[in-house]
Design a protein around this ligand. Structure first.
Ligand code: PLP
Length: 380
């Protein structure tokens, strides 16, 4: 985390609300991922923080990218558009997966000329891809246990294991090529067994597909879900990596390419939000601070990501339990009902929250006309 001195200087220079993105930390997270999962290519899930400067840093570090919309695709495509067509085609497969199992027909039409790798999980999607993006390569998204994940995804996406091979054979019959399987164990998965179970399930589907005559699969995408160290209860990444490596080596020969889609892991710890106290009131005997950032902006992760962030102050003083409200007129705009903060803070004083780089700025909205936090890049 940047020092308090640097955060105050940046707040003075750029104003608040502000998110400071530390690119050294982004690079460190990518390096950690590669160090402990050497066999796994990281396709950064752009949705976690879709700022092009972050994409650039990760691109330079060697990352590939998971995109889930055309605007995200275009952010990444910026880096290949000037390559000679032959290299560009290779690059697209190595560097981008369009990992949204449900795509609008117009999106598929737009994607088709790039001959991308896309995920799917149902009959209707096979029909759509066949009609609108016949040049795409496919990865079947499996439904896997999301037990204990902070954000559960398996009720919205994923083919049940019992229908998986039927969906592979159906796509094959339609003239499409299924390159492999993908899954997502749920975001912020601290239950490492989810990964173990999902890899085993995928191995069984590979085997069943082979038994039923389909031998073209050579790729496994183990998705996102790698937890950020929000608190001491999150066990170290190397422990998770050890389990994943053991299962991959046991169940998948070396010629099967292993992909992943980490979002949160790459950027959560790289973001620090700084806001200013703009109001102060005592309501029903409880001290309430109003700040210039809230759940419609940087703290949107409280609603959309089921994540709670803690606030700290630069100023010292005797602490008490306070409420921290965001700036909008909506009563839902509550950053926290119980933050331990000094009671002597004044209007103009700064508060900050660490580990807020993932799914924060990414889901900010213009409600009520308040401007979003400025994104300030350091160590770029
Ligand atoms: C398809 C897909 N891939 C990757 C991610 C990134 O997951 P995480 O941030 O947990 O690594 C998500 C998050 O929702 C997702 O839906």
């Amino acid at each position: 985390m940047p020092s308090q001195k640097l955060l105050s200087q940046l707040a003075r220079k750029h104003g608040t609300p502000m998110i400071v993105v530390d690119h050294d930390e982004v690079r460190r997270n990518y390096a950690t991922f590669k160090k402990y999962l050497p066999r796994v290519q990281a396709y950064y899930a752009v949705k976690a923080f879709s700022d092009p400067v972050i994409v650039q840093t990760l691109f330079e570090a060697g990352a590939s990218f998971d995109v889930a919309s055309m605007p995200e695709f275009r952010i990444v495509y910026e880096y290949v558009k000037d390559m000679p067509p032959k290299q560009r085609q290779e690059w697209i497969w190595d560097k981008i997966i369009y990992a949204h199992p449900i795509k609008a027909e117009a999106t598929l039409r737009e994607l088709d000329p790039y001959k991308p790798l896309v995920t799917y999980d149902n009959h209707e999607e096979i029909r759509k891809i066949k009609k609108h993006a016949p040049h795409a390569g496919l990865a079947l998204r499996l439904k896997v246990p999301n037990t204990g994940a902070m954000v559960e995804l398996s009720s919205k996406f994923g083919a049940a294991p019992g229908e998986a091979v039927d969906l592979i054979l159906e796509a094959d019959k339609a003239g499409l090529v299924v390159e492999g399987l993908s899954f997502h164990v749920g975001s912020q998965t601290t239950n490492f067994d989810n990964f173990v179970q999902a890899i085993n399930l995928a191995a069984n589907i590979f085997q069943e597909a082979k038994d039923r005559g389909y031998t073209k699969m050579n790729l496994l995408d183990i998705g996102g879900g790698f937890p950020a160290p929000y608190d001491a209860t999150v066990r170290p990444f190397r422990e998770l990596a050890r389990k994943i490596n053991a299962e991959l080596d046991r169940l998948f020969p070396k010629d099967v390419q292993i992909l992943s889609e980490p979002g949160r892991f790459m950027v959560a710890t790289a973001g620090t939000a700084v806001s200013t106290i703009i109001g102060k009131a005592v309501r029903d005997g409880k001290l309430c601070y109003y700040i210039d950032d809230g759940v419609y902006h940087t703290f949107s992760g409280i609603l959309f990501d089921h994540c709670q962030y803690h606030m700290k102050s630069f100023k010292k003083g005797p602490k008490q339990i306070c409420t921290v409200f965001g700036p909008t007129c909506d009563a839902l705009d509550v950053v926290s009902m119980s933050e331990e903060l000094p009671g002597n803070l004044e209007l103009g004083d700064l508060l900050y929250s660490v580990n807020i780089g993932a799914y924060s700025s990414a889901s900010s909205t213009p409600f009520n006309g308040f401007p979003p936090a400025k994104i300030v890049h350091i160590n770029r």
